[in-house]
Ligand binder design. Structure first.
Ligand code: ADP
Length: 555
């Protein structure tokens, strides 16, 4: 801006200078022309008087180099004398304007371009008493010659004017711009300077306040949005149309962004997974997309919904939902179905094989009881398995709604011990019941399942002559049920997994003792429905102790 003002002032000053020179020259030219004419008139009158008196003698005395040219013309127009040219060679002057005028009125005047002298000339003619005419002429400079004549001083003045205008322009432009440079736009109305700037400053102040209000509103909205999304367990990301992250809540940052930085980055640089890249493609096409992403042994459902503005995709909302439990349940169900089919297939094959042999009469008479027993065992195994499966699916489905009541654990344990006494006798295991009366608020049927399965396992995985101790009591204000045996124990690496469905430490032993692999899963499930905690202590070769602690005592 300073440069522009500087240039404008310089151009204006020099323009004014040139215009002044031209106007001044015109005025001077006009003035000097008038002066020249007056002088020529006067000189013509004086010379006319002299020629009237002295005749040719006066003219011959004149210096031919004088600035004024004198011509004496006869009454017939013939040139009698000329101070510059040879009078005899000159044409008749009767038709010259000034001569005609002088002959007619006594005095004539004209100005024209003289072909003879190749310049503009001013003529004054005076008629003498004898009828002849004396004419004087002087060359008149044109405005251009005047300017050329003054070229040197003009150039010097121009140089001085240019230097002066540069200096003034530079100073002025800086002075003009200085108040603008000093403007404090943070406080627009506090500025003093040009009045012309007031509307602009008022406008800036208004817009500043508007922007402040709008950004406050935006900040407020952002805070509200953050407050809502911050405590969400689900991850939520806002993306722009190019897939760059505009906003990310802590849950999404925890799940997707490993190093924490994410806002302003492209989604794929936050997390480079195939699913996200496919979802971005869907978004670009303006379609809703869903994918499941596996991260650190957890599953997340990714839902992308494009946001449209004026028919174009302007961004998207990406939701990240933790579906690990759902996925695991799904997986468990798949595994469970496969396991059930497998578990059922083996006894069915055995029964079918035996029945076939019996049908074809291929079994010796003495072997018949063994075959019948085999069929009986396998059928029994299947019955147990199906019973366990029904119990489990019952637990899975709606055991929460089962009727709860005060259940006396000691009496329940006593009943279970009695029911298993025959099995214990066969296995040559002694079962002891200790403890006191404890009442638990729960589902009697489930509590019985817990006791039954634990005691049955303690007998099944025991050694001949071993013992099982069932203790019912209270520990730190909680009802306690403990089943300890002196059996084979469980190796540490299996201890975490024995509560899984169909998990067995020694499959053949489990099968031999009629195990289904579901007993402890039923225990775990039933305990969970009572908010009970299971503790396991076991040492291979020494025995196992499983304790169940019920937080909710009888009401
Ligand atoms: P199963 O029907 O095979 O007994 P469970 O779910 O009841 O199935 O038990 C799972 C596995 O845990 C058993 O196969 C067995 O290997 C082990 N187990 C359970 N209880 C005991 C115990 N008291 N002593 C030793 N091993 C045990």
């Amino acid at each position: 801006m300073t440069k522009r003002i500087f240039r404008s002032i310089c151009f204006a000053a020099l323009g004014v200078f040139f215009a002044s020179v031209l106007l001044f020259t015109g005025v001077l030219y006009h003035y000097f022309s008038g002066e020249q004419r007056n002088q020529l008139r006067m000189q013509t009158q004086l010379a006319a008087r002299a020629v009237s008196r002295e005749g040719m003698g006066y003219l011959n005395e004149l210096d031919a180099d004088e600035a004024v040219r004198i011509t004496w013309i006869g009454a017939d127009g013939e040139v009698l004398f000329d101070s510059r040219s040879d009078s005899e060679e000159m044409e008749n002057h009767l038709e010259r304007e000034e001569i005609r005028e002088a002959l007619a009125s006594g005095f004539g005047e004209s100005s024209r371009y003289s072909v003879t002298l190749m310049e503009r000339a001013l003529y004054c003619a005076q008629r003498l008493e004898d009828g002849t005419v004396l004419r004087m002429s002087v060359s008149q400079s044109t405005p251009l010659t005047l300017i050329f004549g003054m070229a040197q001083p003009i150039c010097i003045i121009f140089a001085l004017a240019a230097i002066l205008s540069f200096a003034l322009a530079s100073r002025l432009s800086r002075q003009i711009v200085a108040p603008l440079n000093r403007l404090n736009l943070d406080e627009p109305l506090e500025n003093e300077g040009y009045d012309e700037l007031s509307p602009l400053l008022r406008r800036i102040d208004l817009q500043k306040r508007q922007i402040a209000r709008q950004s406050e509103e935006l900040l407020q909205k952002q805070k509200e949005f953050e407050a809502v999304t911050e405590n969400m367990a689900e991850g939520i990301l806002l993306l722009n149309a190019k897939g760059f992250v505009l906003s990310i809540n802590p849950a999404a940052r925890r799940l997707l962004a490993q190093d924490g930085t994410s806002v302003g980055q492209h989604l794929l640089s936050v997390n480079r997974s195939l699913q996200l890249s496919e979802l971005l493609e869907q978004m670009e096409k303006g379609r809703h997309g869903e994918k499941v992403l596996e991260l650190k042994e957890r599953w997340y459902q990714l839902d992308i919904s494009p946001v449209f503005s004026e028919g174009e995709v302007s961004g998207a909302v990406l939701l990240v939902l933790d579906v690990t439990e759902k996925e695991k349940a799904e997986q468990m169900r798949r595994e469970f179905t496969a396991n059930v089919s497998h578990e059922l297939k083996t006894p069915l094959h055995t029964i079918s094989g035996c029945a076939e042999l019996l049908e074809n009469g291929m079994v010796k008479k003495e072997d018949l009881p063994r075959f019948y027993a085999q069929i009986q065992t396998e059928a029994q195994r299947m019955i147990h398995l199906v019973e366990d499966i029904i119990r489990l699916s019952h637990l899975d489905e709606g055991a929460a709604e089962m009727k709860r009541e005060n259940v006396e654990l000691y009496a329940l344990a006593k009943g279970v011990v009695e029911a298993l006494s025959a099995q214990a006798e066969t296995a040559k295991v002694e079962v002891k019941l200790k403890g006191e009366v404890v009442v638990v608020w729960g589902v009697s049927q489930l509590l019985q399942s817990i006791l039954y399965n634990l005691c049955e396992n303690a007998i099944k995985y025991n050694c001949k002559g071993g013992s099982v101790t069932v203790t019912v009591g209270e520990r730190q204000g909680q009802a306690m049920l403990c089943v300890a045996d002196t059996g084979i124990g469980i190796p540490p690496e299996h201890q975490d997994r024995i509560f899984e469905r169909f998990y067995r430490v020694d499959k053949s032993r489990s099968k031999k003792v009629g195990g289904t692999g579901l007993g402890l899963s039923i225990v775990k499930h039933a305990a969970r429905l009572h908010d009970a905690k299971i503790e396991l202590k076991s040492e291979p070769g020494k025995g196992t102790e499983i304790t169940v602690l019920f937080p909710e005592m009888g009401r």
